[in-house]
Design a protein. Structure first.
Length: 150
């Protein structure tokens, strides 16, 4: 009887954990989104996702993701942006500190919601050399920062 009770409790805990949709990587739980410039000086947006709180106009000091999108603007709710080493839609990098970053070989970012000038939510999946996959969810606030491109 006691074994049956323990097994039932374990089963319930496993089902609750699976049903809760725990992200595969919640390490980068802080973030910002802002306007920026594409490599050719066109319009783009940039997301900074970090392990610690981040501030506008400041590069995190350690362990963060830098994601840029410059094709398919303006972004809309439900939009997915895919990029590879040969595409030119955007990029993603994992940085251990400022200017020490590793570019993802491919990936995608989905904007579940996007409110220009306010916030964005969604999820990402990034693939790095050696087959490492980094994925998670984001909920970022807009950082007002005027950057003139062109």
């Amino acid at each position: 009887m006691r074994v049956r009770l323990v097994l039932s409790l374990i089963t319930i805990l496993l089902l609750v954990t699976i049903a809760s949709g725990v992200p595969s990587d919640s390490k980068y739980s802080y973030g910002l989104i802002q306007r920026t410039c594409a490599p050719w000086d066109g319009a783009a947006i940039a997301l900074t996702l970090a392990t610690k709180p981040v501030e506008c106009k400041r590069v995190p000091t350690s362990d963060y993701l830098n994601i840029g999108v410059w094709r398919g603007l303006p972004i809309h709710d439900g939009q997915t942006v895919k990029f590879t080493s040969v595409s030119d839609d955007g990029f993603a990098s994992r940085c251990s500190k400022a200017n020490n970053c590793e570019r993802a070989e491919s990936g995608e970012i989905t904007f579940d919601t996007f409110k220009e000038g306010a916030s964005a939510t969604g999820h990402y999946e990034l693939r790095f050399k050696g087959g490492e996959v980094l994925s998670g969810k984001f909920d970022v606030k807009w950082c007002e920062f005027r950057e003139f491109c062109g």
